[in-house]
Design a protein around this ligand. Structure first.
Ligand code: ATP
Ligand code: MG
Length: 445
């Protein structure tokens, strides 16, 4: 990596330079902001270490110009001790990090290594995006957040290897989508993508389903049948919900993974199966192995590489892009979100992750009358989420009361007698509470 150090203090400059040269980096120095900018315009530095306080142009201005010139350049700002406000401003300008003086060299090295890792990831994401564009893959994977970039880069890196991959993540995070994407990026993309829901196969059909059977192998086997492994030959087999696979069936799967061979029920003949194994789970398999609920040897066979897809609440910056994507998908007419509605949506935690967001958008655009989604168009669990999660017990109870009243009123088409009855209160009390909570019937309803 090539690094530019801009600092007006010679001692500091030399100290940083010598340290980084020793660590094998390609380092150049500039003694003021102006020189830094002129050097930057001649060389494409990947990282700039900027002293915040320089006599001619200060670090902030240099950073702003550098970022304008090349937004992909990385920067670490070096600020005076205790200047946290400066640091916050600096990060807003696009610095990757900041370090206070005196600079702790090991900390600096650590930060540089993190940036190096980010550069690799960015490059891989660009590669994946190019592949996705040029090959016109049937899958669109939305997300620009750092955790998603890391997922895509991992999917890309392991796509070329023949090893098993375990995809982990809460329900609805996109595990299947990543498995399909991984298949399309892999060397076996011309083969099929065969899905097996490991939790849904009845015990007595397990072997026949996975390995196939010969005609007459058991009562009801009226013809020869190929199993999923044979069907997946030269392609990918996707073992979904692997954590649901009953313990006593796990050795059978392990054998195939170890030997790459199967034999149909009722046949002695071994068929070699060259398949890429991708498994997915929303459970903690490692913990399950400790509790004796999942075989450890199978876990290690499947977990050669693992990809963890973070929940949507940990990458909220992806929400607007996903909303746009789903709006286009479900929409018959152009619909846009009011900024208030969008920020209410972003505050929600999405326990059902992307799938839940997808359903919310689908429901909202189907029911909406106009062409703007307002806060009142969002489902109640989202509208009241914030109120019901914060504050004192009294506030929470108030919020809950308000939520229950609105839900009940909506359910009974805003007929107070029926709502009051279902809530178990008198109509008079309901009227009082409606007034207290300033509950109004939304215009659209
Ligand atoms: N990043 C994304 N971009 C676009 N669509 C997505 C994304 N992530 C998930 N989805 C959509 O959300 C839904 C759920 O995704 P998927 O089925 O891959 O999740 P999952 O993790 O396998 O869920 P489960 O654990 O419930 O099986 C799908 O309709 C999928 O197309
Ligand atoms: Mg799934």
């Amino acid at each position: 990596m090539n690094i530019l150090i801009a600092d007006d203090e010679k001692m500091q400059r030399d100290m940083l330079k010598n340290f980084l040269l020793k660590k094998g980096y390609d380092v150049k120095t500039a003694s003021n902001g102006k020189k830094a900018l002129s050097m930057f315009s001649k060389h494409p530095f990947q990282l700039v270490l900027l002293d915040h306080k320089m006599p001619d142009i200060n670090g902030d201005k240099v950073l702003a110009k550098i970022k304008k010139n090349n937004p992909l350049t990385h920067a670490i700002m070096i600020t005076a001790y205790g200047s946290i406000n400066t640091a916050v401003e600096t990060m807003k300008l696009g610095a990757d990090d900041f370090l206070e003086k005196p600079v702790d060299l090991l900390q600096l090295l650590d930060r540089i290594q993190i940036i190096e890792q980010r550069i690799i990831i960015e490059k891989e994401v660009i590669d994946v995006t190019k592949i996705l564009k040029t090959q016109k893959l049937p899958i669109k994977f939305i997300g620009r957040s750092q955790p998603i970039k890391e997922v895509l880069s991992m999917a890309h890196r392991i796509a070329a290897t023949p090893w098993a991959v375990l995809i982990r993540g809460e329900t609805g995070t996109g595990k299947e989508l990543i498995a399909r994407l991984g298949h399309l990026l892999s060397t076996v993309k011309d083969g099929s993508f065969t899905e097996v829901n490991c939790g849904a196969i009845p015990d007595n059909l397990f072997e026949s389903e996975l390995f196939g059977h010969e005609k007459g192998a058991f009562t009801g086997a009226s013809s020869t049948r190929k199993g999923k492994f044979e069907l997946a030959k030269n392609g990918t087999i996707f073992l979904d919900e692997i954590g649901e696979m009953p313990l006593h069936l796990q050795p059978k799967l392990l054998r195939v993974l170890q030997e790459n061979k199967i034999s149909k029920i009722g046949s002695e003949k071994e068929i070699s199966v060259n398949v890429r194994i991708v498994a997915a789970t929303n459970r903690n398999l490692k913990k399950m192995t400790r509790l004796g609920l999942f075989r450890e040897d199978l876990f290690y066979r499947l977990n050669v590489f693992d990809i963890e897809i973070p929940p949507l609440r940990h990458r909220k910056e992806d929400i607007p892009d996903l909303v746009d994507f789903f709006l286009k998908r479900f929409n018959l007419k152009p619909v846009a979100f009011d900024p208030d509605a969008m920020s209410t949506l972003i505050k929600y935690d999405f326990p059902g992750n992307v799938r839940e967001l997808e359903h919310i958008i689908q429901r909202t655009v189907t029911l909406i009358r106009g062409n703007r989604v307002k806060v009142s168009d969002l489902p109640p669990e989202i509208r009241f989420h914030k109120a019901s999660c914060q504050g004192s017990l009294t506030k929470k109870m108030e919020a809950l009361e308000q939520e229950m009243i609105i839900l009940s009123m909506e359910k009974h088409a805003w007929v107070q007698t029926q709502a009051a009855e279902s809530l178990g209160i008198s109509e008079r009390v309901l009227r009082y509470k409606i007034k207290k909570h300033k509950i109004k019937k939304p215009e659209q309803i």
